[in-house]
Design a protein around this ligand. Structure first.
Ligand code: NAD
Length: 278
């Protein structure tokens, strides 16, 4: 079994980006919008800021209390869209319930959409593949780069994805399909999950449920990508896969932490630099 070391590869991308940024006339700047008190969101935004600094990318964090009106957020997005100093914008999700997430995402200028969530970018990405859209969703892009780095063959493989969100499940399905895998998407309503996972050559798990995947559910030699982030006892972070048992059967596996997470941030910064270049 080999570990797919996302931390190491993310560090490599940060170094590549910092060299690239050093040659740019104008420093890219990422604006991050954080609404409310979600502790995980605060941690994520903090990490993104630190890695921006490492890559030489500027960052501005706009923090708002939980009860902030939707209009206030939309007004901020409007002014960030106009600002010549801001290259890219990301809104940390989830937003409080009284704010319409889709409305906020659609308010972002597609030319500044760091997460590739705007329907125009997501649609372009879905129809034409990431080669033709300026940005790609960060988590799936990070997964693909990780598979490429370790020379994992995708073409002709059975790829099974658990989860169908717009940020992970759907776009990673599209990216694997574009690379000629045979793709199956499972979700909460899938009956007999094991009958699908057992056929997977590549298994991507993004459900947010600790220990969802156990050793009996996978075949020998499977490549496992664990996207899940779950807090266990003492706030320790776990994925969706029972790493201890599944790693004994896998040919490659991502650890949690240190797998998909760091790659997601590195790819968000990648998108930021690409948007600044445009
Ligand atoms: P989500 O929370 O929007 O949805 C979860 C998906 O999993 C749904 O499609 C649901 O149908 C499916 N699901 C849930 N329980 C299931 C079960 N028992 N069997 C089969 N399918 C099931 O998804 P998301 O936003 O993509 O997040 C998924 C997980 O990935 C979360 O733990 C999240 O924190 C994590 N995440 C991590 C990163 C990272 O960079 N590491 C990035 C994004 C999301």
């Amino acid at each position: 079994m080999k570990i797919l070391n996302g931390k190491k590869l993310a560090d490599k991308y940060i170094r590549i980006l910092s060299r690239q940024v050093a040659t740019m006339k104008k420093r890219p700047v990422l604006a991050m919008v954080l609404v409310g008190n979600n502790p995980a969101s605060k941690i994520y935004v903090g990490r993104k800021k630190i890695l921006c600094e490492k890559a030489g990318i500027g960052s501005q964090i706009f923090t708002f209390p939980e009860k902030t009106s939707e209009k206030k957020i939309l007004d901020l997005i409007g002014s960030l869209n106009k600002s010549r100093n801001i290259s890219a914008i990301m809104v940390q999700l989830p937003l409080p319930k009284h704010i319409d997430k889709d409305k906020v995402i659609e308010a972002i200028d597609p030319r500044k959409d760091a997460d590739c969530l705007h329907p125009l970018n997501f649609g372009r990405f879905t129809q034409e593949g990431e080669k033709y859209s300026v940005v790609a969703p960060a988590t799936p892009l990070g997964i693909i780069r990780l598979l490429e780095e370790y020379k994992v063959k995708i073409e002709g493989k059975n790829a099974v994805i658990i989860g169908r969100s717009n940020i992970v499940g759907k776009p990673i399905a599209q990216m694997l399909l574009n690379r000629n895998a045979t793709v199956t998407i499972c979700h909460r309503h899938t009956k007999n999950l094991k009958s699908y996972t057992q056929k997977a050559d590549i298994l991507v798990v993004a459900a947010g449920k600790m220990n969802l995947i156990t050793a009996d559910m996978v075949q020998k030699g499977v490549v496992v990508i664990d996207v899940g982030v779950n807090r266990g006892e003492n706030k320790k972070v776990f994925g969706d896969v029972d790493f201890k048992s599944v790693s004994k059967k896998a040919s490659f596996i991502t650890p949690v932490p240190g797998g998909v997470g760091p790659m997601t941030i590195a790819m968000l910064l990648w998108n930021t630099v690409k948007l600044a270049e445009k």
